[in-house]
Design a protein around this ligand. Structure first.
Ligand SMILES: *Cc1c(COP(=O)(O)O)cnc(C)c1O
Length: 388
């Protein structure tokens, strides 16, 4: 099956859909057994039979299997948010006395978990330069058990050499976790590149309409048993309505992603030619420092990237972002609509120093007509130039 055919068919089993196209929303806590013998049989496979609501229903199985097929994993679990998927995955890999290596470009709440709860549990974290590649070997300690990667970084867009990092990790008997949200399951074959656990904030492109919080984690044979066991112990489960919406979003992911990618590239190139712009941080641009790795490993981009201004400061950036018509001010991304976020990456750096002459703005380019989006940005540049 080619990728588009796979995504239309993944997770669709007749016994779950009962002759309609999509599985119904199975709302359940209690599941009823016909006999004590049936109850005992259910105990043997509580995650793939109707056993208890928290362990899943056909709505959940369909989504779990669909993501797992796309990622090529040994198993997939669902979580109530992308951050919960990261936390559940990380906590399945470490115990007191372990050491983890985290990319300096990581999503800030990942860093907060490592510096907060995990530190309190006796797990030590060091941060590394996202562009380190095989030299990450120099940072290994006897107790290093996990490397956390995020490629490209979701604020500053550094591309990581995942196969090189995975080779070092596996030589040291450590695992590699990737926050794969940017690429979605379609644009990066994480497990084939050596990643052991691939995490998605399905909240973003998989759901695709800015109306559900959901996370997924897919593991290979090396990591699946511990991921499954830890996630069950922590009670991770999601609402069947949310699983159903994610499954619905997934079916149109290829067409949406292609358009986000195309619109994003058009705007990235337009920004690259603006005299006010210092750098456009988009890995599909040949000028991006990670472009060669991007071309080697990724099948495409999405609508999320950043740019920096040559001058100005965050104090006056309101003049740029206030009163925009289509680029709305807000967190998250991956919905159909465009978003803009001024943010100084320095607040979440420790191993590397972020420097830029002017403020950084992150864009999520939505499915609007790019000409309207460009006019919106043009007006913002004009407003900003009179307020600097
Ligand atoms: C949004 C995001 C998350 C967290 O997802 P939530 O569903 O908001 O918890 C994790 N990683 C990245 C890269 C994200 O952009």
């Amino acid at each position: 099956m080619k990728p588009n055919t796979l995504i239309m068919n993944a997770g669709r089993q007749d016994e779950w859909t009962h002759g309609i196209v999509n599985p119904p929303v199975f709302r359940a806590s209690t599941c009823l057994f016909d006999s004590y013998a049936d109850l005992l049989a259910g105990l043997k496979s509580p995650d793939d039979t109707l056993f208890y609501g928290r362990r899943g229903t056909p709505t959940h199985w369909a989504l779990r299997e669909a993501i797992n097929e796309l990622e090529g994993g040994a198993g997939t679990w669902l979580y109530p948010s992308g951050l919960a998927a990261l936390a559940g995955s990380i906590m399945s890999c470490v115990q007191a006395g372990d050491h983890i290596l985290v990319t300096d470009s990581a999503y800030e709440p990942t860093r907060a978990l490592c510096n907060g709860l995990l530190k309190g549990y006796g797990v030590e974290t060091s941060y590394y330069d996202p562009t380190i590649g095989a030299e990450i070997a120099d940072l290994f300690k006897d107790n290093t058990r996990l490397i956390i990667t995020e490629s490209p970084g979701s604020l500053t867009l550094e591309v990581q050499d995942l196969p090189a990092i995975a080779d070092v990790a596996h030589a040291h008997d450590a695992l590699v976790l990737l926050d794969n949200t940017w690429a979605t399951p379609l644009h990066l074959d994480a497990l084939k590149l050596g990643v052991d656990i691939s995490v998605h904030a399905a909240t973003k492109y998989i759901v695709g309409h800015s109306d559900v919080m959901l996370g997924t984690a897919t593991a290979n044979d090396r990591a699946w048993n511990r991921l499954r066991s830890a996630s069950i112990q922590m009670g991770h489960t999601v609402s069947p309505d949310d699983a159903w919406l994610a499954l619905r979003g997934l079916r149109t992911l290829p067409v949406r992603l292609r358009q986000h990618d195309k619109n994003g590239m058009q705007i990235a190139k337009w920004l690259d030619d603006r005299p006010e712009v210092d750098r456009v941080l988009h890995p599909a641009l040949p000028s991006h420092p990670g472009h060669d790795l991007f071309k080697r490993d990724f099948k495409g981009a999405c609508g999320l990237f950043s740019f920096t201004l040559k001058s100005g400061s965050y104090d006056t950036i309101g003049a740029f972002v206030d009163d925009m018509k289509y680029f709305k001010l807000g967190f998250s991304w991956g919905g159909y609509e465009s978003l803009i976020l001024p943010i100084n990456p320095s607040f979440a750096r420790s191993a590397t120093r972020w420097s830029s002459s002017g403020p950084l703005l992150r864009l999520h380019v939505g499915l609007e007509d790019p000409d309207d989006l460009i006019a919106d940005l043009e007006a913002a540049f004009k407003r900003y130039s009179t307020h600097m």
